[in-house]
Every structure is written in C-alpha cells, then in structure tokens.
Write a protein that binds this ligand. Sequence first.
Ligand SMILES: *Cc1c(COP(=O)(O)O)cnc(C)c1O
Length: 355
Amino acid sequence: MSRFFSDKYSTLEAYTPGEQPKDMRYIKLNTNESPFPPSPSVIRAVEVEAGRLQLYSDPECTPLVEASAKLFHVKKEQIIMTNGSDEVLNFAFMAFSDASHPIVFPDITYGFYSVFAELNGIPYEQIPLKDDLTISVDDYVGIGKNIVIANPNAPTGIPLSVSDIERIVASNPDNVVIIDEAYVDFGAESAIPLINRYDNLLVTGTFSKSRSLAGARLGFGIASAELISDLNTIKYSTNPYNVNRMTMVAGLNAVLDNDYYMENCRIVAENREWASRRLAELGFQLTPSLANFIFARSDRIGGEQLYLALKERGILIRHFSKPRIKDYNRITVGTRDDMETLVKEIENILKEIGK
Ligand SMILES: *Cc1c(COP(=O)(O)O)cnc(C)c1O
C-alpha cells in the first residue's frame, strides 16, 4: 500500500478471482465459464466491428437493449446494460444502499457482495444458510433492509422458487431486493416476470455463463423504469461508454442466436446430472445444484486435498477456505469429455490414497 491510499479503502479486502494459471494447459473447471465457443455470428460481428473502434460506443446500447427487451418481454426503459453483471451489482449497491440503508445477504454466497458493501461503506449483515445450505426464506420476509440473493445461490447451486422470491419482495416494499440470476439459464426459474408488479425488484443477469461471453464483459439489470433510471444516473456519472463496441455486437448476436445458447445450457445441465450421479456413486455428497457447477464433498478426501491433487493432474476446480464450506469443492460443468476425465482422475486419486 502506498502512503497515498485513502483511509476509506485501506482495510478493503478485494475480491479474489478464480486462478488463471499459465504454467500448463488445464481442464478449467474453476470459474464457471461456458465450455462452448460463441456462436459463429457473434465471432463474425466482432471482427467487423473491430474496424470501427475509432468511434465511441453507443451509451444507450440501442440495438442490444431492443433485442433484449424482446427476449425478456420487458420495455426497453426497464433494461440497463453493463460491463459484466459485477458492474450492475456495484451500481445497485451505490444507488440504493448507504450508511442508513444497510444490505443483507446469505453468509455463503457470491464473494463480491461483501466487497461491494465494504467498497461503498455500506453496513451489511450475513444471514446464515440452514444446515443443508439452503436459504431460509423466512429470515428475509419483512426484514426491512435491502437484500441481495443469487438465484440459484453460489456456490451451492441451490435455487429458490419464484413464489419464495415474491414473498421476500412483497414483504419488503420499502427496500430494494436484488435477485442475481447469473446461473438461471441452467434450470432455475427467472423472477423477471415479477418486475411489472413490484417496483422494488431488480433482477441482474450476465452473458458470462450461459452465453459464452465471459471475456467480453456483458451484464444487465432488469427492473422498473424508475430503478433503471437511478442506475443510469450512476452509470453516466462513472463511465457512459461502459459497454464497448465489440461486446455490444457480440451481445446483440448472442441474443439473436438465443436457441444456440439455450441448447448449450441444456447440454451442460445434462452433463451436470451425469457427473453428479457418478460422483455420488464414488461416495460424494452433493447439493441439489441447478447451476453450471457441482458443489460436492466427500468423507474419503478433504476439499483442499482433492483440489490440489486434481491440479497436479491438470484439472482446476475451485476450493473456498471459508470454514463452513472448506470440505467442499465447486466444480464447473464442462463438456462430457471434461466430466469423464474429471471422474476418472478422482477415481485414480482415491485409489492412490488407498480409500
Ligand atoms: C459470475 C457471477 C457474476 C458476475 O459475472 P460477470 O462476469 O461480472 O457478469 C455475478 N454473480 C454471480 C453469482 C456470479 O457467479
């Protein structure tokens, strides 16, 4: 830290992204990317757009917003496009929470929520998941604070029903409820249809997981026109050109090619179920994930031990050292080949340690 760093950030613990090592070629099952490349029209559109990079991008993201509004059955005033969904989440923390408007979220969830709260000086409370790692919905009903919940939750993959979400949203009419749907396309149900009935609901989404654009950085928020307008005030006060030209056309073509991406999500869900069955046969306990990852623990091998042994064999998975989940690993669902290699290597490791 330099001697110039502001006191208000000096204790900030930044988010730790999943590792991206360059020492060898790994099967990457650690950051929940799609195993499938973008569709051909996305790649072509990006190539063409590269020739126009001397010009600023459209701050309103007009064609992308129009196509997305159609896809999600909302009005274009009800959408904001951002540089990854991390950006819309940060905008929402900035816009709706402050010292006198705290925010709550589960103790086990996406690591960025506490970082955004700290960054923006927002008091926050972490509500423990139940012993089975599900969210206790009643803890949020009528709590009278802003709320952010990932649905399905990360890194458990466990979804809430839209009726449970509605109970939370309806019982906190004077607080903003953010539902982070980064993983919704792999089998859970979206809360987007609720936005016309509740002006306090913000649903966020990303093109990183189900639409093969993690490296392009594209996310969005969907809510009442009033909430979106507030988020735009933050956006235009920080970086109006937050979505670059190539990402914008990539996103537009990804929306137009929706069927390709939804078919990929179906395959990922199928591979998730296949790998889950195989791991259960090897004695693993798994949460009922509806995301593009598996969350698993075993009495035969510790979480960190399995993570390190797989890394040695060229497979990266994600281990978290938080005490409540340190026995678990989060394994991104890749292609069927990836999953077969994973299962085979886990079998080898268990054999080798004599279990
Ligand atoms: C990956 C992820 C995001 C953010 O993804 P972006 O790449 O910034 O769009 C947001 N929330 C959760 C729960 C995630 O797992």
